[in-house]
Design a protein around this ligand. Structure first.
Ligand code: ADP
Ligand code: F6P
Length: 486
Protein backbone atom coordinates (compact mmCIF):
# COMPACT_ATOMS: atom_id res chain seq x y z
CA UNK A 1 0.00 0.00 0.00
CA UNK A 2 1.17 3.54 -0.79
CA UNK A 3 2.49 5.59 2.11
CA UNK A 4 0.56 8.49 3.63
CA UNK A 5 1.58 11.65 5.43
CA UNK A 6 -1.69 11.67 7.45
CA UNK A 7 -2.92 8.42 8.95
CA UNK A 8 -6.03 8.12 11.11
CA UNK A 9 -6.43 5.02 13.26
CA UNK A 10 -9.84 4.18 14.67
CA UNK A 11 -11.32 0.89 15.74
CA UNK A 12 -13.95 1.09 12.99
CA UNK A 13 -13.69 1.98 9.35
CA UNK A 14 -16.56 4.16 8.15
CA UNK A 15 -18.14 1.11 6.50
CA UNK A 16 -19.45 -1.95 8.23
CA UNK A 17 -20.25 -5.27 6.60
CA UNK A 18 -23.79 -6.31 7.06
CA UNK A 19 -25.85 -9.32 6.02
CA UNK A 20 -28.46 -8.36 3.42
CA UNK A 21 -31.89 -10.05 3.57
CA UNK A 22 -30.77 -12.55 0.90
CA UNK A 23 -27.80 -13.57 3.06
CA UNK A 24 -25.21 -11.78 0.87
CA UNK A 25 -22.92 -9.26 2.52
CA UNK A 26 -23.26 -5.60 1.73
CA UNK A 27 -21.49 -2.55 3.09
CA UNK A 28 -23.31 0.12 4.99
CA UNK A 29 -22.20 3.21 6.85
CA UNK A 30 -21.23 2.45 10.47
CA UNK A 31 -23.55 3.94 13.08
CA UNK A 32 -21.94 5.72 16.02
CA UNK A 33 -20.54 9.15 16.69
CA UNK A 34 -16.91 8.58 15.82
CA UNK A 35 -17.51 7.16 12.36
CA UNK A 36 -20.10 9.87 11.59
CA UNK A 37 -17.78 12.67 12.66
CA UNK A 38 -14.58 11.52 10.98
CA UNK A 39 -16.18 10.29 7.79
CA UNK A 40 -17.51 13.79 7.15
CA UNK A 41 -14.07 15.36 6.96
CA UNK A 42 -11.83 12.56 5.80
CA UNK A 43 -13.68 11.56 2.66
CA UNK A 44 -12.24 14.67 1.03
CA UNK A 45 -8.85 14.65 2.69
CA UNK A 46 -5.75 12.91 1.31
CA UNK A 47 -5.21 10.46 4.15
CA UNK A 48 -5.36 6.78 5.10
CA UNK A 49 -7.83 5.40 7.64
CA UNK A 50 -6.68 2.26 9.45
CA UNK A 51 -9.51 0.31 11.10
CA UNK A 52 -11.63 -2.80 11.47
CA UNK A 53 -14.25 -3.38 8.77
CA UNK A 54 -16.65 -5.32 11.01
CA UNK A 55 -16.89 -9.11 10.94
CA UNK A 56 -14.13 -11.66 11.52
CA UNK A 57 -11.53 -13.32 9.32
CA UNK A 58 -9.09 -11.97 6.75
CA UNK A 59 -9.33 -8.26 6.06
CA UNK A 60 -11.31 -7.50 2.88
CA UNK A 61 -9.85 -5.36 0.07
CA UNK A 62 -11.65 -2.03 0.13
CA UNK A 63 -11.82 0.63 -2.56
CA UNK A 64 -10.78 4.19 -1.80
CA UNK A 65 -13.50 6.61 -0.69
CA UNK A 66 -12.71 9.75 -2.62
CA UNK A 67 -9.23 10.82 -1.61
CA UNK A 68 -9.37 8.65 1.51
CA UNK A 69 -7.62 5.27 1.45
CA UNK A 70 -8.92 2.51 3.71
CA UNK A 71 -6.50 0.06 5.33
CA UNK A 72 -8.53 -2.70 7.02
CA UNK A 73 -7.21 -4.57 10.06
CA UNK A 74 -8.45 -8.13 10.57
CA UNK A 75 -9.82 -9.57 13.81
CA UNK A 76 -10.30 -13.22 14.70
CA UNK A 77 -13.33 -14.41 16.63
CA UNK A 78 -11.24 -14.61 19.84
CA UNK A 79 -9.89 -11.11 19.28
CA UNK A 80 -13.36 -9.72 18.71
CA UNK A 81 -14.41 -11.16 22.05
CA UNK A 82 -11.33 -10.25 24.08
CA UNK A 83 -10.47 -6.87 22.55
CA UNK A 84 -13.71 -5.26 21.27
CA UNK A 85 -16.52 -6.91 23.23
CA UNK A 86 -14.34 -7.61 26.25
CA UNK A 87 -11.71 -5.10 27.32
CA UNK A 88 -12.92 -2.15 25.23
CA UNK A 89 -16.67 -2.50 25.73
CA UNK A 90 -17.10 -4.44 28.97
CA UNK A 91 -14.20 -2.96 30.97
CA UNK A 92 -13.25 0.49 29.66
CA UNK A 93 -16.64 1.59 28.27
CA UNK A 94 -18.63 1.17 31.51
CA UNK A 95 -15.75 2.41 33.68
CA UNK A 96 -15.26 5.55 31.58
CA UNK A 97 -19.01 6.24 31.74
CA UNK A 98 -19.11 6.70 35.52
CA UNK A 99 -19.53 2.93 35.99
CA UNK A 100 -23.26 3.33 35.35
CA UNK A 101 -22.96 -0.40 34.68
CA UNK A 102 -20.48 -2.50 36.67
CA UNK A 103 -17.24 -2.92 34.63
CA UNK A 104 -15.97 -6.48 34.18
CA UNK A 105 -12.30 -7.06 34.98
CA UNK A 106 -11.43 -10.26 33.13
CA UNK A 107 -7.71 -11.01 33.27
CA UNK A 108 -7.88 -12.95 29.98
CA UNK A 109 -8.88 -9.88 27.94
CA UNK A 110 -5.83 -7.71 28.56
CA UNK A 111 -3.37 -9.69 26.42
CA UNK A 112 -5.79 -9.67 23.49
CA UNK A 113 -6.37 -5.92 23.84
CA UNK A 114 -2.61 -5.37 23.89
CA UNK A 115 -1.99 -7.65 20.89
CA UNK A 116 -4.72 -6.01 18.78
CA UNK A 117 -3.43 -2.53 19.69
CA UNK A 118 0.02 -3.70 18.54
CA UNK A 119 -1.45 -4.85 15.20
CA UNK A 120 -3.11 -1.47 14.63
CA UNK A 121 0.14 0.32 15.54
CA UNK A 122 2.16 -1.85 13.13
CA UNK A 123 -0.35 -1.36 10.31
CA UNK A 124 -0.08 2.41 10.71
CA UNK A 125 3.70 2.39 11.10
CA UNK A 126 3.99 0.47 7.83
CA UNK A 127 2.11 3.03 5.75
CA UNK A 128 3.25 6.25 7.41
CA UNK A 129 5.65 8.42 5.42
CA UNK A 130 8.75 9.62 7.29
CA UNK A 131 7.65 12.36 9.71
CA UNK A 132 3.94 11.67 9.03
CA UNK A 133 1.16 12.67 11.41
CA UNK A 134 -0.85 9.85 12.97
CA UNK A 135 -4.17 10.56 14.65
CA UNK A 136 -5.30 7.76 16.98
CA UNK A 137 -8.96 7.67 18.05
CA UNK A 138 -10.66 6.51 21.21
CA UNK A 139 -10.46 4.06 24.08
CA UNK A 140 -10.22 0.94 21.92
CA UNK A 141 -6.68 1.97 20.97
CA UNK A 142 -5.33 3.59 24.10
CA UNK A 143 -2.01 1.72 23.96
CA UNK A 144 -1.33 2.62 20.32
CA UNK A 145 0.34 6.04 20.85
CA UNK A 146 3.16 4.57 22.99
CA UNK A 147 3.51 1.55 20.68
CA UNK A 148 3.83 3.83 17.66
CA UNK A 149 6.44 5.97 19.37
CA UNK A 150 8.44 2.81 20.01
CA UNK A 151 8.11 1.65 16.38
CA UNK A 152 8.50 5.05 14.69
CA UNK A 153 9.99 7.83 16.83
CA UNK A 154 9.91 10.12 13.76
CA UNK A 155 6.10 10.36 13.75
CA UNK A 156 3.93 13.18 15.07
CA UNK A 157 1.32 11.39 17.18
CA UNK A 158 -2.11 12.66 18.23
CA UNK A 159 -4.70 10.87 20.37
CA UNK A 160 -8.33 11.87 20.81
CA UNK A 161 -10.70 10.32 23.33
CA UNK A 162 -14.34 10.51 22.18
CA UNK A 163 -15.74 9.22 25.46
CA UNK A 164 -15.40 10.80 28.93
CA UNK A 165 -12.21 10.23 30.91
CA UNK A 166 -13.33 9.20 34.40
CA UNK A 167 -12.45 10.80 37.73
CA UNK A 168 -9.24 9.38 39.29
CA UNK A 169 -11.07 7.37 41.96
CA UNK A 170 -12.86 5.36 39.25
CA UNK A 171 -9.85 5.05 36.94
CA UNK A 172 -7.83 3.69 39.86
CA UNK A 173 -10.00 0.53 39.79
CA UNK A 174 -8.35 -0.55 36.53
CA UNK A 175 -5.85 -3.37 37.12
CA UNK A 176 -3.76 -2.12 34.14
CA UNK A 177 -4.06 1.56 34.99
CA UNK A 178 -0.36 2.42 34.62
CA UNK A 179 0.08 0.75 31.22
CA UNK A 180 -3.09 2.38 29.88
CA UNK A 181 -2.06 5.81 31.08
CA UNK A 182 1.43 5.42 29.66
CA UNK A 183 -0.06 4.18 26.38
CA UNK A 184 -2.09 7.34 25.88
CA UNK A 185 0.80 9.58 26.95
CA UNK A 186 2.86 8.20 24.08
CA UNK A 187 1.13 10.92 22.02
CA UNK A 188 2.39 14.47 21.45
CA UNK A 189 -1.14 15.84 21.93
CA UNK A 190 -3.97 14.17 23.84
CA UNK A 191 -7.41 15.65 23.11
CA UNK A 192 -10.59 15.25 25.12
CA UNK A 193 -14.19 16.41 24.82
CA UNK A 194 -14.14 18.37 28.09
CA UNK A 195 -11.43 20.19 30.12
CA UNK A 196 -12.33 18.09 33.19
CA UNK A 197 -10.90 15.02 31.43
CA UNK A 198 -7.51 16.72 30.98
CA UNK A 199 -7.61 17.66 34.66
CA UNK A 200 -8.35 14.02 35.64
CA UNK A 201 -5.44 12.75 33.54
CA UNK A 202 -3.05 15.29 35.05
CA UNK A 203 -4.05 14.17 38.56
CA UNK A 204 -3.46 10.54 37.62
CA UNK A 205 -0.13 11.25 35.95
CA UNK A 206 1.10 12.87 39.18
CA UNK A 207 -0.23 10.07 41.34
CA UNK A 208 0.63 7.01 39.24
CA UNK A 209 3.74 8.16 37.39
CA UNK A 210 5.08 10.75 39.83
CA UNK A 211 5.60 13.28 37.02
CA UNK A 212 5.04 17.03 36.79
CA UNK A 213 1.64 17.64 35.26
CA UNK A 214 -0.77 20.53 34.71
CA UNK A 215 -4.16 20.56 33.00
CA UNK A 216 -2.50 21.29 29.66
CA UNK A 217 0.94 19.66 29.78
CA UNK A 218 2.46 16.50 31.27
CA UNK A 219 6.20 15.81 31.42
CA UNK A 220 6.90 12.14 30.59
CA UNK A 221 10.16 10.44 29.63
CA UNK A 222 11.88 13.72 28.79
CA UNK A 223 9.01 14.84 26.51
CA UNK A 224 6.09 17.19 27.02
CA UNK A 225 2.69 15.74 26.24
CA UNK A 226 0.16 18.49 25.60
CA UNK A 227 -3.46 17.94 26.61
CA UNK A 228 -6.65 19.92 26.02
CA UNK A 229 -10.35 19.96 25.21
CA UNK A 230 -11.58 19.85 21.60
CA UNK A 231 -15.35 19.25 21.63
CA UNK A 232 -16.27 17.17 18.60
CA UNK A 233 -19.13 18.21 16.33
CA UNK A 234 -21.15 17.25 13.27
CA UNK A 235 -21.25 17.95 9.56
CA UNK A 236 -23.69 20.85 9.90
CA UNK A 237 -23.71 21.50 6.14
CA UNK A 238 -24.74 17.91 5.41
CA UNK A 239 -27.56 17.88 7.96
CA UNK A 240 -28.87 21.25 6.79
CA UNK A 241 -28.81 20.14 3.17
CA UNK A 242 -30.62 16.91 4.03
CA UNK A 243 -33.22 18.73 6.09
CA UNK A 244 -33.93 21.13 3.23
CA UNK A 245 -34.47 18.38 0.63
CA UNK A 246 -38.09 18.33 -0.56
CA UNK A 247 -38.35 14.53 -0.21
CA UNK A 248 -37.14 14.79 3.41
CA UNK A 249 -39.60 17.58 4.21
CA UNK A 250 -42.47 15.60 2.74
CA UNK A 251 -41.30 12.44 4.53
CA UNK A 252 -41.41 14.38 7.81
CA UNK A 253 -44.98 15.46 7.03
CA UNK A 254 -45.93 11.90 6.21
CA UNK A 255 -44.38 10.66 9.46
CA UNK A 256 -46.50 13.07 11.46
CA UNK A 257 -49.55 11.90 9.58
CA UNK A 258 -48.62 8.24 10.19
CA UNK A 259 -48.27 9.02 13.90
CA UNK A 260 -51.92 10.16 13.93
CA UNK A 261 -51.30 13.93 13.74
CA UNK A 262 -50.73 14.25 17.50
CA UNK A 263 -50.34 17.62 19.22
CA UNK A 264 -46.82 16.69 20.27
CA UNK A 265 -44.17 14.23 19.17
CA UNK A 266 -41.38 13.35 21.61
CA UNK A 267 -38.38 11.74 19.91
CA UNK A 268 -35.29 9.94 21.17
CA UNK A 269 -32.55 8.48 18.92
CA UNK A 270 -29.84 6.41 20.57
CA UNK A 271 -27.60 3.44 20.13
CA UNK A 272 -29.18 0.80 22.35
CA UNK A 273 -26.71 1.40 25.17
CA UNK A 274 -27.10 1.51 28.96
CA UNK A 275 -25.28 4.86 29.07
CA UNK A 276 -28.09 6.53 27.09
CA UNK A 277 -30.58 6.62 29.98
CA UNK A 278 -33.41 4.98 27.98
CA UNK A 279 -34.84 3.20 31.01
CA UNK A 280 -34.97 6.35 33.16
CA UNK A 281 -36.68 8.14 30.27
CA UNK A 282 -39.30 5.39 29.90
CA UNK A 283 -40.01 5.54 33.63
CA UNK A 284 -40.53 9.30 33.46
CA UNK A 285 -42.81 9.04 30.43
CA UNK A 286 -44.80 6.18 31.90
CA UNK A 287 -45.40 8.17 35.10
CA UNK A 288 -46.54 11.20 33.09
CA UNK A 289 -49.07 8.92 31.38
CA UNK A 290 -50.10 7.32 34.67
CA UNK A 291 -50.68 10.67 36.36
CA UNK A 292 -52.62 12.05 33.40
CA UNK A 293 -50.14 14.83 32.52
CA UNK A 294 -49.78 13.31 29.07
CA UNK A 295 -52.58 11.72 27.05
CA UNK A 296 -51.91 9.11 24.39
CA UNK A 297 -54.25 10.77 21.92
CA UNK A 298 -52.40 14.12 22.20
CA UNK A 299 -48.83 12.99 22.56
CA UNK A 300 -46.70 10.30 20.95
CA UNK A 301 -43.24 9.15 21.93
CA UNK A 302 -40.91 7.71 19.30
CA UNK A 303 -37.86 5.83 20.60
CA UNK A 304 -35.31 4.85 17.97
CA UNK A 305 -32.77 2.48 19.50
CA UNK A 306 -30.32 1.18 16.91
CA UNK A 307 -28.86 -2.24 17.81
CA UNK A 308 -25.34 -2.02 19.21
CA UNK A 309 -22.74 -4.52 20.54
CA UNK A 310 -25.39 -7.19 20.28
CA UNK A 311 -23.29 -10.13 21.43
CA UNK A 312 -22.38 -8.48 24.75
CA UNK A 313 -24.57 -9.85 27.54
CA UNK A 314 -25.22 -6.52 29.26
CA UNK A 315 -26.54 -5.13 25.93
CA UNK A 316 -28.77 -8.17 25.44
CA UNK A 317 -30.13 -7.77 28.99
CA UNK A 318 -30.74 -4.06 28.39
CA UNK A 319 -32.65 -4.79 25.20
CA UNK A 320 -34.85 -7.33 27.01
CA UNK A 321 -35.58 -4.85 29.80
CA UNK A 322 -36.38 -1.99 27.42
CA UNK A 323 -38.57 -4.08 25.16
CA UNK A 324 -40.40 -5.45 28.21
CA UNK A 325 -40.99 -1.93 29.51
CA UNK A 326 -42.15 -0.57 26.13
CA UNK A 327 -44.55 -3.53 25.91
CA UNK A 328 -45.83 -2.85 29.42
CA UNK A 329 -46.36 0.87 28.75
CA UNK A 330 -48.12 0.20 25.44
CA UNK A 331 -50.22 -2.53 27.03
CA UNK A 332 -51.28 -0.28 29.86
CA UNK A 333 -51.73 3.10 28.15
CA UNK A 334 -52.00 2.43 24.40
CA UNK A 335 -55.24 2.22 22.47
CA UNK A 336 -56.12 0.31 19.31
CA UNK A 337 -54.06 1.94 16.55
CA UNK A 338 -52.55 4.41 19.06
CA UNK A 339 -49.52 3.03 20.88
CA UNK A 340 -48.05 5.23 23.63
CA UNK A 341 -44.52 4.56 22.38
CA UNK A 342 -43.32 3.76 18.87
CA UNK A 343 -40.17 1.70 19.36
CA UNK A 344 -37.84 1.23 16.38
CA UNK A 345 -34.87 -1.07 16.87
CA UNK A 346 -33.30 -0.52 13.44
CA UNK A 347 -30.73 1.55 11.56
CA UNK A 348 -31.94 4.47 9.45
CA UNK A 349 -30.48 6.35 6.51
CA UNK A 350 -29.27 9.89 7.25
CA UNK A 351 -32.19 11.33 5.27
CA UNK A 352 -34.66 9.34 7.39
CA UNK A 353 -33.02 10.62 10.56
CA UNK A 354 -33.29 14.18 9.20
CA UNK A 355 -37.03 13.64 8.61
CA UNK A 356 -37.48 12.21 12.10
CA UNK A 357 -35.68 15.20 13.64
CA UNK A 358 -38.07 17.53 11.80
CA UNK A 359 -41.06 15.61 13.09
CA UNK A 360 -40.10 16.08 16.75
CA UNK A 361 -41.63 18.77 18.94
CA UNK A 362 -39.43 17.69 21.81
CA UNK A 363 -36.13 15.90 21.23
CA UNK A 364 -35.26 13.97 24.39
CA UNK A 365 -31.53 13.30 24.76
CA UNK A 366 -30.94 12.12 28.30
CA UNK A 367 -27.81 9.97 28.61
CA UNK A 368 -26.55 9.16 32.11
CA UNK A 369 -23.08 9.98 30.79
CA UNK A 370 -21.93 10.75 27.24
CA UNK A 371 -18.64 12.05 25.84
CA UNK A 372 -20.49 14.46 23.52
CA UNK A 373 -23.76 13.18 21.95
CA UNK A 374 -23.96 14.07 18.29
CA UNK A 375 -27.67 13.28 18.03
CA UNK A 376 -28.41 16.45 20.01
CA UNK A 377 -26.35 18.48 17.54
CA UNK A 378 -27.91 16.78 14.52
CA UNK A 379 -31.39 17.67 15.78
CA UNK A 380 -30.45 21.35 16.11
CA UNK A 381 -28.88 21.41 12.64
CA UNK A 382 -31.96 19.78 11.10
CA UNK A 383 -34.33 22.49 12.43
CA UNK A 384 -34.17 25.25 9.86
CA UNK A 385 -37.70 26.17 11.00
CA UNK A 386 -36.32 27.23 14.39
CA UNK A 387 -39.02 25.16 16.08
CA UNK A 388 -38.67 22.22 18.45
CA UNK A 389 -37.34 21.86 21.97
CA UNK A 390 -34.22 20.01 23.05
CA UNK A 391 -34.26 18.31 26.46
CA UNK A 392 -30.61 17.52 27.15
CA UNK A 393 -28.81 15.69 29.93
CA UNK A 394 -26.33 17.71 31.99
CA UNK A 395 -24.09 14.64 31.72
CA UNK A 396 -23.66 14.82 27.94
CA UNK A 397 -20.58 16.71 26.74
CA UNK A 398 -22.94 18.64 24.42
CA UNK A 399 -24.57 20.33 27.45
CA UNK A 400 -21.50 22.55 27.88
CA UNK A 401 -22.12 24.00 24.42
CA UNK A 402 -25.90 23.81 23.98
CA UNK A 403 -26.65 25.87 27.07
CA UNK A 404 -30.04 27.01 25.74
CA UNK A 405 -31.40 23.46 25.80
CA UNK A 406 -33.75 22.37 28.60
CA UNK A 407 -30.98 20.89 30.73
CA UNK A 408 -31.84 18.06 33.07
CA UNK A 409 -30.35 15.54 35.49
CA UNK A 410 -31.63 12.24 34.04
CA UNK A 411 -31.11 10.38 37.33
CA UNK A 412 -33.76 12.63 38.90
CA UNK A 413 -36.93 11.13 37.43
CA UNK A 414 -39.19 13.82 38.97
CA UNK A 415 -36.94 16.55 37.58
CA UNK A 416 -36.99 14.80 34.22
CA UNK A 417 -40.81 14.72 34.23
CA UNK A 418 -40.97 18.43 35.10
CA UNK A 419 -38.49 19.31 32.37
CA UNK A 420 -40.36 17.27 29.76
CA UNK A 421 -43.58 19.11 30.66
CA UNK A 422 -41.80 22.47 30.59
CA UNK A 423 -40.42 21.73 27.13
CA UNK A 424 -43.82 20.52 25.88
CA UNK A 425 -45.51 23.70 27.11
CA UNK A 426 -42.85 26.23 26.07
CA UNK A 427 -44.09 29.00 23.79
CA UNK A 428 -42.88 29.40 20.25
CA UNK A 429 -40.96 32.62 20.97
CA UNK A 430 -38.96 31.01 23.76
CA UNK A 431 -38.16 27.98 21.59
CA UNK A 432 -37.10 30.09 18.63
CA UNK A 433 -34.75 32.17 20.80
CA UNK A 434 -33.15 29.03 22.21
CA UNK A 435 -32.89 27.36 18.81
CA UNK A 436 -31.39 30.44 17.14
CA UNK A 437 -28.61 30.62 19.72
CA UNK A 438 -27.82 26.90 19.47
CA UNK A 439 -27.85 26.93 15.66
CA UNK A 440 -25.50 29.90 15.65
CA UNK A 441 -23.12 28.07 17.96
CA UNK A 442 -23.15 24.97 15.75
CA UNK A 443 -22.50 26.95 12.59
CA UNK A 444 -19.29 28.25 14.14
CA UNK A 445 -18.36 24.92 15.73
CA UNK A 446 -18.90 22.25 13.11
CA UNK A 447 -16.86 19.15 12.43
CA UNK A 448 -14.35 21.00 10.24
CA UNK A 449 -13.72 23.55 12.98
CA UNK A 450 -13.05 20.65 15.37
CA UNK A 451 -10.60 18.92 13.03
CA UNK A 452 -8.84 22.22 12.20
CA UNK A 453 -8.46 23.13 15.87
CA UNK A 454 -7.06 19.71 16.75
CA UNK A 455 -4.68 19.37 13.82
CA UNK A 456 -3.40 22.92 14.24
CA UNK A 457 -2.67 22.23 17.90
CA UNK A 458 -0.93 19.01 16.85
CA UNK A 459 1.50 20.39 14.27
CA UNK A 460 1.59 24.08 15.37
CA UNK A 461 2.03 25.15 11.74
CA UNK A 462 -1.47 24.79 10.33
CA UNK A 463 -0.10 22.65 7.46
CA UNK A 464 -2.07 19.58 8.52
CA UNK A 465 -5.28 21.56 8.80
CA UNK A 466 -4.71 22.95 5.30
CA UNK A 467 -5.39 19.49 3.87
CA UNK A 468 -8.94 19.56 5.17
CA UNK A 469 -11.62 20.61 2.70
CA UNK A 470 -12.74 24.24 2.80
CA UNK A 471 -16.33 23.01 3.13
CA UNK A 472 -17.69 19.51 3.53
CA UNK A 473 -19.60 18.48 0.42
CA UNK A 474 -22.74 16.35 0.53
CA UNK A 475 -21.86 12.70 0.74
CA UNK A 476 -22.63 10.11 -1.89
CA UNK A 477 -25.88 8.40 -1.04
CA UNK A 478 -24.86 4.75 -1.17
CA UNK A 479 -21.66 3.14 0.04
CA UNK A 480 -20.00 0.80 -2.47
CA UNK A 481 -21.33 -2.75 -2.48
CA UNK A 482 -18.78 -5.46 -2.02
CA UNK A 483 -18.66 -9.05 -0.86
CA UNK A 484 -17.44 -9.57 2.65
CA UNK A 485 -14.51 -11.73 3.66
CA UNK A 486 -16.66 -13.24 6.37
P1 ADP B 1 -22.47 7.32 20.18
O1 ADP B 1 -21.16 7.81 19.65
O2 ADP B 1 -22.43 6.87 21.59
O3 ADP B 1 -23.10 6.30 19.30
P2 ADP B 1 -23.65 9.88 19.35
O4 ADP B 1 -24.98 10.49 19.63
O5 ADP B 1 -22.50 10.79 19.55
O6 ADP B 1 -23.52 8.56 20.20
O7 ADP B 1 -23.61 9.42 17.84
C1 ADP B 1 -24.55 8.53 17.31
C2 ADP B 1 -24.49 8.61 15.79
O8 ADP B 1 -25.16 7.47 15.28
C3 ADP B 1 -25.18 9.83 15.23
O9 ADP B 1 -24.44 10.34 14.15
C4 ADP B 1 -26.53 9.30 14.79
O10 ADP B 1 -27.08 9.98 13.68
C5 ADP B 1 -26.20 7.88 14.43
N1 ADP B 1 -27.39 7.03 14.66
C6 ADP B 1 -28.12 6.96 15.77
N2 ADP B 1 -29.18 6.14 15.61
C7 ADP B 1 -29.10 5.69 14.36
C8 ADP B 1 -29.91 4.81 13.59
N3 ADP B 1 -31.01 4.23 14.07
N4 ADP B 1 -29.52 4.58 12.33
C9 ADP B 1 -28.40 5.16 11.82
N5 ADP B 1 -27.61 6.00 12.50
C10 ADP B 1 -27.95 6.26 13.75
O1 F6P C 1 -18.54 7.44 20.66
C1 F6P C 1 -18.03 6.33 21.29
C2 F6P C 1 -18.04 5.11 20.42
O2 F6P C 1 -17.45 4.01 20.99
C3 F6P C 1 -17.34 5.34 19.13
O3 F6P C 1 -15.98 5.02 19.19
C4 F6P C 1 -18.14 4.49 18.22
O4 F6P C 1 -18.24 5.06 16.96
C5 F6P C 1 -19.52 4.49 18.82
O5 F6P C 1 -19.37 4.70 20.15
C6 F6P C 1 -20.29 3.24 18.44
O6 F6P C 1 -19.80 2.09 19.03
P1 F6P C 1 -19.35 0.80 18.25
O7 F6P C 1 -18.22 1.17 17.37
O8 F6P C 1 -19.00 -0.17 19.32
O9 F6P C 1 -20.53 0.35 17.43
Amino acid sequence: MRQSSLVVIANRLPLDDNAAPDGACEWRRSPGGLASALHAILEQTPATWVGWAGGVGPAPALPDMGSLRLRPVSLTEDELRGYYEGFANSTLWPLYHDAVQQPTFDRGWWETYRAVNQRFAEAAAEIAEPGAAIWVQDYHLQLVPAMLRELRPDLLIGFFLHVPFPPPELYMQLPRRVELLRGMLGADLVGFQRPQAAHNVAQLAKKLLGVVATDDAIAVDGRTVRTGAFPVSIDVTEMRALAARPDVVSHARQLRHDLGVPKRVLLSVDRLDYTKGIEHRLTAYSELLRDGFVKVRDTVMVQVAVPSRERVESYQDLRDRIEGEVGRINGEYGRVGEPAIHYLNQPFARSQLAALYQTADVMVVTPLRDGMNLVAKEFIAAREDGAGALVLSEFAGAAAELEQAFLVNPHDVDGLKDTLLQAMKADRGDLTARMTAMRQHLTEHDILAWARAYLTALDHTGQLAERLPANPRPRRRRPPRQRSAR
